[in-house]
Write a protein that binds this ligand. Structure first.
Ligand SMILES: [Zn+2]
Length: 107
């Protein structure tokens, strides 16, 4: 993710200049601008992943177990990979919750 240039200020609706900033939304780092009046603006490129993650949280997903060589893998839907900005080779923590439930988290 490209960092915002400190000179890339945004005119706030209050009339002042909002300065580049970043925020955490649902565990995702989002670029944006914040104004001294308290208003926050999200970078347009960073809004889509937030909306996708919110949609995926509601609809649920199905991953398929497959075999690759001697290992097993779980296929993740591409829209999830894109929204969470996962990269090939990235490590994920696996936590077994019980016999029917596992949880993946980004390491
Ligand atoms: Zn303002």
């Amino acid at each position: 993710m490209k960092k915002l240039n400190p000179k890339d200020k945004l005119k706030c609706h209050c009339g002042k200049w909002a300065a580049p900033d970043h925020f955490m939304v649902d565990g995702m780092r989002v670029r944006g601008w914040s104004c001294k009046c308290g208003e926050k603006y999200f970078h347009p490129d960073d809004i889509e992943p937030i909306l996708t993650v919110n949609m995926l949280k509601k609809e649920g997903l199905v991953g398929k177990v497959s075999k690759v060589g001697n290992s097993y893998s779980v296929r993740l839907p591409a829209k999830l990979v894109k929204a969470l900005r996962l990269k090939i080779g990235m490590s994920l923590n696996i936590q077994v919750k019980d016999a029917n439930r596992i949880e993946l988290s980004i390491a």
